[in-house]
Design a protein around this ligand. Structure first.
Ligand code: AMP
Length: 223
């Protein structure tokens, strides 16, 4: 099953994808995480990608698309994947369709997370991740704080803020890019009949974990 998580930064895509992955065994393929790991490891791909990511811009398709195409061929992806952060443009969506078609697969479900903009910005600013690149657990200092401030519950490593979350210019740039380049994907997948929109907001007391629980129910019914 191919699931895509759609939604602006800070809507909880990673949280929902992480729960779905844990419960279904399908890997969470986060292009942002793959880039950050490469940046950390100072690989050639990481050095190149960082030029764009640090400014809040999209990494070009000639780097991003082959990276995803390769990831889809890994053994753990044979029963499906949860794509988190890809596709981000209509061009990427079309390229993904072509890649999946060659593999005899298709996009089965696109989960579109929607959150009010004020909440999004607040969540990006309060988001923290584990600095241990093999753990990378996610926290939020307001909504999901660790037991000990600044320390990962799972592995005890220090928590850090993503560089692009601490720079207001990069945050705004990413939200602008989302509106301009990624939001047209809502219509693209709606037309294909695979879109499911989910509101995630404190104001309706519905967070990522609630959405994930309902989605798991649906996925189990499909299988
Ligand atoms: P994320 O963790 O999904 O917010 O991604 C962090 C950054 O990685 C983004 O702001 C982009 O610079 C880059 N990135 C992640 N996914 C993609 C993608 N599908 N296409 C281009 N750039 C991406």
């Amino acid at each position: 099953m191919i699931i895509i998580m759609l939604g602006a930064q800070g809507t909880g895509k990673g949280t929902v994808a992480g729960i779905l992955s844990k419960e279904t065994g399908m890997p969470q393929v986060s292009t942002g995480d793959i880039f950050r790991k490469n940046i950390n490891d100072k690989t050639k791909l990481g050095v190149e990608a960082d030029k764009y990511i640090s400014k809040g811009n999209l990494v070009p398709d000639d780097i991003t698309v082959p990276m995803v195409e390769d990831r889809l061929t890994w053994d753990d992806a044979k029963n499906g994947v949860i794509l988190d952060g890809f596709p981000r443009t209509i061009e990427q969506a079309e390229k993904l369709d072509a890649i999946l078609e060659k593999m005899g697969k298709k996009v089965d479900l696109v989960v579109n997370l929607v959150t009010p903009r004020e909440e999004i910005i607040d969540r990006m600013v309060t988001r923290r991740i584990c600095s241990n690149k093999n753990c990378k657990a996610g926290y939020n200092t307001k909504l999901n704080p660790p037991k000990v401030e600044g320390i990962c519950d799972k592995c005890g490593s220090p928590l850090i803020q993503r560089e692009d979350d601490s720079d207001p210019e990069a945050i705004n740039r990413r939200l602008e890019i989302y509106e301009e380049k990624t939001s047209p994907l809502v219509k693209y997948y709606e037309n294909k009949g695979v879109l499911q929109t989910e509101n995630v907001s404190l104001s309706i007391n519905r967070m990522g974990a609630d959405v994930a629980r309902d989605l798991l129910e649906q996925i189990r019914q499909r299988n």
